[in-house]
Design a protein around this ligand. Structure first.
Ligand code: GLU
Length: 560
């Protein structure tokens, strides 16, 4: 009965029994096959792109089976704690459509299996460990850091497996009476798990992604409760996933080597072991070498990178799904506008090796996504982006010119092959600002109009520009407009097509494309733009002529 005495001495405040906990957190009433999954981040201040991937998979697995996806905040590392980090995380999860159904939600908690912050679960851990002491599954360890370094040095010298196990687990040999005396003497201690495993024995388990795995059994008497009264990851995982009734643990593959320990803990406590799916790490190619996407080296490792540039959220999720399942892209090709939840995601089709993060591919999905939207939708998303950026002048401009923005962003959109030039909302304004009179004037004032082709003389340029004012045809469709451009070209001795020009270059000053370029530079300020006819139509004849006058004035000021 001295284990009982020891248990009461260490945890006098823990008056619940394991049975009380079982009753308090009963099995969930879900339909057969429904999975309870979770995302269990440490609040480090931001949502990592790799964590977004993890959360997306966990949410998908729950949603597909009509289960529950909850969030547990693993905030036991008080040294790494950052003020407000949990809230920021949840905000970002909301923006990325991976908000949990239950758990710690940033400003409050929801669900019957809480508290969902590990720092608030001490009574549960204590109750479990108290029972473990009674069952001889846990004991206090009084070894100091110095003792442990000596142990390590001896083990290294003797070339034996390092760690606190078997004959090296000195405190495991103390009697409960010894423990009680030491505790009463005020000796500091941690709690350890008494493992009966042997690392020469192999255990087998199934991982839903990696398949059958065989690894050495755990024999380490790991620390389960630190001297600050907080649990270690391994113990908290077992306790929390049991009492939160998780059925499927999806987490990073760095935990795979700990599974033997986790299974041993579940078995020792007579808890059902959940199913495991260890997700591949997202890597990056750095000078030809694969390495983990790193928050220090790679800006794209934080999801805020994508938000700040205005990447459409769906595109990021689409990309992540494409690295999750190799058959995804084929499905997506035929279902570009379908919600991602319609994809039959399958853990079994997950790539086993780490995926490579590819920004070009992200851009590809983003271009494709924006191309599926109609102009109204693009303007709405663009406006939301401007608002999120706190860019009030842009917000005002969009809000007071909505139909103009819609016309502009409709250029070459409703066609069988829509333009796919935008992949982030950050790119839009700069490319269309020439539509606005104040912006175009500023371009002239600041000398930002691209230079005209120097092969064309200033005299010809002036004549051609004046002709644009007089002879361009508006409101009659693209073809008649282009006929008018051709007529201007012909009258200034420019060939009507490349073939004609090449067959006799000495006869011509250039070709019709050169004339169109002059017009484009005069109204856009640059030789690159979407369909010129549509631009002219939106600007209208009066504004086009005003710009041509401004360009003529600019030319008049330049010497030849
Ligand atoms: N807090 C752990 C981590 O961030 C959670 C791992 C898990 O999902 O169990 O790696």
């Amino acid at each position: 009965m001295s284990t009982e005495k020891l248990a009461n001495l260490i945890f006098p405040e823990a008056t619940d029994s394991l049975l009380d906990l079982e009753r308090k957190y009963p099995a969930r009433l879900l339909k057969e096959g429904a999975d309870v999954t979770r995302f269990a981040p440490s609040p480090t201040g931001f949502l990592h792109t790799g964590s977004l991937f993890t959360a997306m998979i966990a949410k998908t697995c729950a949603a597909q089976t009509e289960g529950v996806f909850f969030l547990r905040l693993e905030d036991t590392d008080t040294k790494r704690e950052i003020e407000g980090a949990g809230e920021t995380l949840l905000k970002e999860m909301k923006l990325f459509d991976v908000f949990p159904d239950e758990g710690y939600l940033g400003t409050h908690e929801a669900g019957a299996y809480g508290p969902y912050k590990q720092s608030e679960r001490a009574p549960i851990y204590k109750t479990v460990i108290k029972q473990m002491i009674k069952d001889n599954l846990a004991y206090p360890c009084f070894c100091t850091n110095h003792d442990l370094s000596l142990l390590r040095a001896t083990q290294e010298g003797n070339k034996v497996v390092p760690g606190y196990y078997g004959p090296y687990a000195t405190c495991s040999f103390l009697s409960s009476e010894d423990d009680i005396t030491k505790i009463e003497n005020g000796e500091p201690f941690v709690m350890r798990f008494r493992s009966h495993g042997n690392h020469e024995t192999k255990i087998k388990f199934n991982d839903l992604i990696k398949g059958d795995i065989e690894i050495a059994e755990n024999d380490q008497h790991i620390v389960i409760l630190k001297s600050d009264g907080l649990p270690t990851y391994h113990f908290a995982h077992v306790c929390d996933d049991h009492f939160m009734r998780t059925t499927l643990v999806t987490r990073g593959e760095e935990w795979i080597s700990s599974v033997p320990l986790h299974i041993q803990l579940f078995d020792a406590l007579k808890f059902n072991t959940p199913r495991y799916a260890h997700l591949p790490v997202i890597n990056k190619l750095d000078n030809g070498n694969k390495r983990k996407l790193s928050k220090r080296k790679d800006p794209e490792a934080a999801v805020t990178y994508f938000l700040n540039l205005g990447y459409p959220v769906k595109a990021i999720l689409t990309y992540l799904m494409s690295i999750a399942n190799s058959n995804f892209e084929e499905w997506w090709t035929n279902n570009k506008t379908a919600p991602l939840s319609a994809f039959p995601f399958n853990l079994g089709k997950m790539s086993v090796d780490g995926a490579l993060f590819d920004l070009e591919k992200v851009n590809f999905f983003a271009r494709e996504y924006i191309a599926t939207l109609n102009a109204k939708e693009v303007v709405e998303e663009f406006l939301s982006f401007a608002k999120a950026q706190g860019n009030t002048s842009l917000v005002n401009r969009i809000e007071s010119n909505k139909s103009l923005f819609e016309m502009i962003l409709n250029i070459e959109r409703e066609t069988p092959k829509p333009r796919k030039d935008y992949y982030q909302y950050d790119m839009i304004y700069d490319s269309i600002k020439f539509f606005f009179v104040d912006e175009f004037n500023a371009m002239i004032e600041n000398g930002l109009i691209e230079e005209f082709n120097p092969q064309i003389s200033k005299e010809d340029l002036v004549l051609i520009l004046n002709d644009f004012k007089m002879r361009l045809v508006y409101k009659q469709g693209n073809e008649l407009w282009f006929d008018s451009v051709k007529q201007i070209a012909a009258s200034h001795n420019f060939a009507l097509n490349g073939k004609e020009f090449k067959s006799n270059p000495s006869l011509y000053k250039g070709m019709v494309a050169d004339i169109a370029e002059i017009l484009r530079i005069s109204v856009v300020g640059s030789r690159k733009s979407p369909n010129l006819y549509e631009i002219l139509t939106i600007l209208g004849q009066a504004e086009v002529n005003r710009r041509i006058d401004a360009i003529l004035a600019m030319i008049a000021l330049t010497d030849n």
